[in-house]
Design a protein around this ligand. Sequence first.
Ligand SMILES: Cc1ncc(COP(=O)(O)O)c(C=O)c1O
Length: 310
Amino acid sequence: MQKGSGKKAGMRVWLDGKILKYDDAKVPILTHSLQYGSGIFEGIRSYETEGGAAVFRLRDHVDRFFRTAKIYSMEMQTGRSELEKAIAEVVRINGAPHTYIRPFAFYNDDNIGVSTEGKKVSVFVAAVPFGQYFKASKGIRCKVASWHRIKSDVLPIEAKASGNYLNSIIASTEAKASGFDEAIMTTSEGFVAEGAAENIFLVQNGRLVTPDKSSAILMGITRDTIMKLAEEIDLEIEERQIHREELYTSDEVFFSGTAAEITPIINIDGIKIGSGSEGRITKELSKIYQDAVHGRIKAHADWLTPIKFR
Ligand SMILES: Cc1ncc(COP(=O)(O)O)c(C=O)c1O
């Protein structure tokens, strides 16, 4: 198996209750979840705050992880509080305040066969130092993918499961091959759904508009955060089905996500959005979001789980 390279080789991860060196956490190449995409996961961030490092909305991410496991009847030996502690421990032990944290549950079994019956479920947690997800800091260019977003009669879209990401990968690959930064997916009915790993918001006449639950979206925790923060500055928010052409005529468009944070979208399908640069409301929300994740909004201190570096 390929060895951990560079910084990863020095990393420590948590696997089924044990802290291991990255290179010592190994699985057989026939592992079920590697073959069939049967893993489930979360993507969480930790940030530097005035009081030290802290994990953002840890409980909400762990809740979604366990909801995904329930959907797939995945029986883990790891409980909620054990997982929360493991996540905090992995961030602490690796000593970097800004990380992307990946809890992952998978069928740790190398018997051929799609059935998961009787197969052991393992859980790992890794945390890698992480900065900005998209390189274009002033805004990205997106393409509406020819691939539609999967929907719940095919695969549970509210589950954050590995297999779902083949849909994201094929759409994103298409967008990148055409010279764009990211894909925007629509539902099979043609309504706007989301990015490959991001929710989407539109700004129309000073109001926020975002696809509703019926638009085949993952119910993002950043999406929820933004909606709460927007309410606090009296921005009106509308959750509804969105026509593709509204993307082009909106004043501003941005992505939201744990990795993407708030990323302005300045061009879609070659059409300039608004003024063609980051819009005023996107900028304002992005600042407030950064304040929240860095612990500068006292009223939202409960969104942060402090990590004690020794
Ligand atoms: C498909 C998809 N949609 C939306 C999101 C944004 O969700 P969150 O804000 O919880 O990170 C993600 C990222 O996890 C995702 O993978």
